[in-house]
Structure formats: C-alpha cells, structure tokens
Design a binder for this molecule. Structure first.
Ligand SMILES: [Ca+2]
Ligand SMILES: [Ca+2]
Length: 437
C-alpha cells in the first residue's frame, strides 16, 4: 500500500482568529503561509492487477496544521469527494462515487474505501478529488480547502480458460466419411469475446463478453479418414479478443469398423474337393465372420454381406449355400455358409470365383470392400470309395483297388454293389475338408 499526497489549494476564507494567528506567525519570524490549516488526501491501492479484479481503494483525508503546529488538532468539518477513473477502456462503473462526509475528530483523519472492478486490461488513472472545510479550535481557524490525488493502475489481460471440449462420439466408421459434432466452452474473467480452434482451425466463437461468463461454441469436426485402427487426435484451444491463448484440451477419435474374415482368411483358394458325376455334390463349409477387434459398436462395426457372386467358366457347378444377401454380422458373429460343388459330365478340374461385396470401409449398408476367393473342384466320372478316415471325414482313394480302364467298367462295378473304387486321388482341401451327405 502506498499513498500519494494530494495537491492543495488555498483556503478560501480566513476568520479573524486565524488572521490573528497568522500575524502571530509573522511576528514570530516564521515565513508567511497562504494556508495554515489545509486538507491533504492520499489514496492507496495496488499498482497492477489482472482483468476481472475488484480493487478496493482507500482514501484518507486529513486536516493539517502549519508545520510549526500553531493550529493544534485541526479537523475536517464536512465536505465531499469524488472518485473518477480515466483510461481506455474505462473499468466498470464510474458513477455513484461521489460521497459527502462529516467531521473528523480533532487531529484525526477520515478514511473511505471504494471498490472498482477492472474488467478489461489497460492503464487507468484513479483520481480522488476532495473538498472540505478545515478548522482548528484554538487559535481558531476555518477555511475551505481541496485536494486532488491521482494514481495509475495497470490492468493485465488474463488468457481464457478452456473448460470444455466434447464430441458427439469418439468413434467413426472406417470409410464412411463421418463427421462429429464438437462443443467448446471457455471462461475469461475479462470483458473479452472468445474464439475457438480445433487443430488450429477456426471452430466457432462466442460474442458474449460478460466477465467471468462461460462462452460456448459448437462446430463440426472431420470427416475422419483412414483405415480401421487410425487414431485422430484433436486439440482444442480458446483465444480471447486480446489474442491470449488458453490451455488446450484433447479428444481422440478412433476409426473403427467391421473386419471381414473367413476360415479361409480373406482371400485364396477354397477347394471343394472331388465330386462324382451323377453322385452327391461336395459340401465345403465356409464360415464368414465379423472379426473386428473394436467391439460391438452397432452400426459402427456391423458387417453387411451385401452380395456373393460366383462367376467363371464353371460357375454353374458351384453354389453358395445358406447365404442371404444383406446379412448383417455384428462383431464376433459368424455366418455358417457352405460351397456346394456338383460334378459335371466332363471330368477334370473346375474353377470359379466367389466374390463377397461387403460394407467394410464404407457407410453401413453401402458397397465397400470386396473379397474374392478362387473355387476349385474336380469332376470325377467314377465313384469314390470311403477311406479309412472316420465317418464324415475325407474320402480317399483306395489304393488296393486297381484303376479300371474305362467308365463302363466302373459303372458295372457300381451296379453290382461290389463297392467303390476311384480312378484318382481326390484333391484335398488344405484347410476345410469337404463333407458328403
Ligand atoms: Ca482483455
Ligand atoms: Ca482475457
């Protein structure tokens, strides 16, 4: 706390007694003074504060005698003062700071507290101007004096505080071009507007300059690209109208999505084995699953099997069983499908392709990634014999049975109920053996 002595003006009126006292001073050889009891003023308060601060100023008014003390115990006998604050911009209210005051005790001072709230940074001059009747008892003096004191206060800007950064979600579906809503909130003790950024890009502003109020803004972030597993880190920040930057807050957006997989992987060869002409087709299980590691996030991770198309020169011999276009697999779900291969009358290897169209890396239900498998099978013109494998397992050629020389011979064997034989080894599936019904 420090004070400032105010300038003084001459007392306006002298009584006979004070005149006599002044004469006495002159007789005593002291220098003549224009005022013998005068008013002093001081104000105390901080020199530097932050915007939004409320500052209490203390004004002290004192009636002072001449230095030699010829007018002991001077006192204030009523008056008024006025507080003003100048500067640009002005602090809060500057009105209502006029005040009248009464008398002080002889030899005592009068003190008054006044508060100002500085809502904006800047430099301000705080001025107290007081006028009072000053008196002393013996020798008697009564006069009017005024005093004025000014003090400078520097108000510093305060950066805003980013208090909120929220998204409407933290996951987006891979390939869907999704955006998310974002809301931002900040406070500022000053009379500043606030703008926001996300990753350095403008993200809205609030024109509310109410000191201390929470400013909010909303924006849209994204779209978020990248394959499943991509992380997008968003950093938000606020800036006040004095260009002061706030703290930062972060949000992470994860790109999630379905993940197509089968018991054959995501591509490759599905060997349907060997089927006999006019015999039963082979049935090769094909399990399609949604193997996403992202958890069951509903539409974010659901896998839609939009279509499955078998094409190629021998497509008619292959059929996908148990499949319904548009099947939706939640995370971890499995569609138990099967490849049915029916032999033709033309012996030899048969090929086709099976193409699944899914919504992986696409909006839910819309065409995205495709997965293509090569289907192979062998059409045999001869019957097969069971191997030594347990029931339901592979059919193997019986080595002990000699290979016949013609189809007619095999047909004769079959018609006689003598058993089966094969002319060649059945081509084996490396991963998912065919079954026969
Ligand atoms: Ca400011
Ligand atoms: Ca500010």
């Amino acid at each position: 706390m420090d004070g400032f002595a105010g300038r003084r003006s001459r007392p306006r009126w002298f009584s006979l007694a004070s005149t006599a006292a002044l004469l006495a001073l002159l007789i005593a050889g002291e220098p003549a003074r224009a005022c013998v009891v005068y008013l002093t003023a001081s104000i105390s308060g901080p020199t530097t504060v932050y915007e939004g601060s409320t500052v209490t100023w203390t004004a002290t008014l004192t009636a002072v005698s001449d230095p030699a003390g010829h007018f002991p115990s001077p006192y204030i006998s009523g008056g008024s003062f006025n507080w003003t604050s100048t500067g640009s911009p002005l602090p809060g209210s500057t009105s209502g700071y006029n005040q009248s005051f009464g008398s002080s005790a002889p030899g005592a001072s009068l003190s008054f507290d006044r508060t100002f709230t500085y809502n904006q940074n800047g430099t301000f001059q705080q001025t107290l101007q007081a006028t009072a009747t000053v008196k002393s008892g013996s020798p008697s003096f009564s006069g009017t004096d005024s005093a004025c004191v000014t003090k400078t206060i520097t108000v510093l800007n305060v950066p805003p505080t980013l208090t909120g950064f929220a998204l409407t979600g933290n996951q987006v579906r891979a390939g869907a071009g999704q955006t998310l809503g974002a809301t931002l909130a900040a406070t500022d003790p000053g009379a500043d507007t606030v703008s926001f950024t996300v990753n350095g890009a403008f993200a809205g502003q609030s024109l509310d300059a109410t000191p201390g109020a929470t400013r909010t803004a909303g924006t849209t972030v994204g779209p978020f690209a990248g394959p499943r597993g991509t992380e997008h880190v968003l950093t938000a920040q606020a800036k006040d109208s004095d260009n002061a930057l706030s703290n930062t807050l972060q949000q992470t957006v994860n790109v999630v999505g379905p993940q197509f997989d089968t018991n054959y992987g995501t591509s490759g060869i599905i060997d349907a084995g060997t089927a006999q002409w006019l015999g039963d087709p082979t049935i090769t299980p094909l399990d399609v699953t949604n193997a996403t590691p992202d958890g069951n996030l509903g539409g974010l991770t659901d896998l839609t099997l939009l279509s499955a198309v078998i094409a190629g020169p021998d497509a008619s011999q292959f059929e996908l069983l148990y499949f319904t276009p548009g099947t939706v697999l939640a995370a971890g779900e499995i569609a138990h499908l099967a490849i049915q291969f029916t032999a033709s009358a033309i012996e030899g290897a048969k090929t086709a392709t099976l193409t699944f169209t899914t919504d992986q890396n696409a909006p839910l239900g819309q065409a995205g990634d495709q997965f293509v498998f090569d289907l192979t099978g062998y059409s045999a013109l001869v019957p097969l014999v069971p191997s030594h494998d347990p029931p339901g397992q592979n059919w193997e050629p019986t080595a002990e049975i000699p290979e016949p020389s013609s189809l007619a011979a095999w047909l004769l064997i079959g018609a006689g109920g003598a058993g089966y034989a094969v002319s060649r080894a059945r081509r084996m599936s490396p991963r998912a053996p065919s079954t026969r019904e």
